[in-house]
Design a protein around this ligand. Sequence first.
Ligand code: A3P
Length: 319
Amino acid sequence: YLHQEEVVAQEFKDLIFSLPKENGWVASYLYKYQGFWHPVRHLQGIITCQRHFRAQDSDVILITTPKSGTTWLKAIVFTLMNRTKYSIAQDHPLLSKNPHDLVPFLEQTLYVDNQIPDLSSMNSPRLFATHIPFTSIPKSVQDSRCKLVYLCRNPKDTFVSMWQFSNKLRPKEMGSHSLGEAFDMFCRGVSIAGPFLDHVLDYWKESRESPHKVLFLKYDDMKENPTVNLRRIAEFLECPFSNEEEESGMVEEILKLCSFGNLSNLEINRTGKLSSGEENKVFFRQGKVGDWKNHLTIEMVEKLDQITEQKLCGSGLVL
Ligand code: A3P
């Protein structure tokens, strides 16, 4: 994480190193590209993806702000889309693989490190994930009929989750990230794929304009009412649950398999590592709504609430 700058390919250097830069959360720096902040490795991936990714009409792309429940969404949509291929009751791929190894990130897994992957052997419908902001999404995604499932989370929990996560992954040389310092950066919009509120708002607007293209979900709603939201996802992806499936309890079964309690306790997620090297357990912390109450001061809450209200004012979105 620390020396990402050293492996940037020659062809990206002039572009990337002329961008505005700030201290990073996990990697040394974040660079501002098309209005959003990215670590250099993700940024190289985004640019490669913009140049080379060709969306297909049947593609499904899961889009999230980091720490909004990406791991959960990957598990749910993977299980949903593959429910005739893999029995939920036994030998399901989620029992032996972390969701991140089943649903690749475009910019962090496939188009990472200047690679141009050969996707020709992937069966359709293909399922990808990304944190790419709407303004930077590859053109073919907008031009095709592929579908985007967007998941965000309330800003206070997202922030706390991101701060905790960054302290787990930061190289020792960077020292720990104090709550105050991280909070100041988050409020200024300087966070991975941030400004957080712009990321959310752009996809919110897009979902309002093109409801068949973008499904907008909130982690908090998913926690409160998982069955309703899973049915919404299935309908949006044009694979609704049949009466038989409903009667057999499939909705509940998928949610149980993908639940925080189940996934976080699997051997693979307690002791395993991703193919990219991160420990699987870093993606599971508490999986609850409202942990911000245990970390943020009253002043912090007031400030973040105020920034959020101001930004979302008139948009119809409440976070
Ligand atoms: P907390 O840090 O608040 O516990 P991401 O997957 O985007 O990296 O987000 C991580 C957050 O989602 C963490 O939140 C993590 O615990 C939570 N999470 C992971 N798996 C989950 C699951 N199956 N159900 C609900 N939340 C989950």
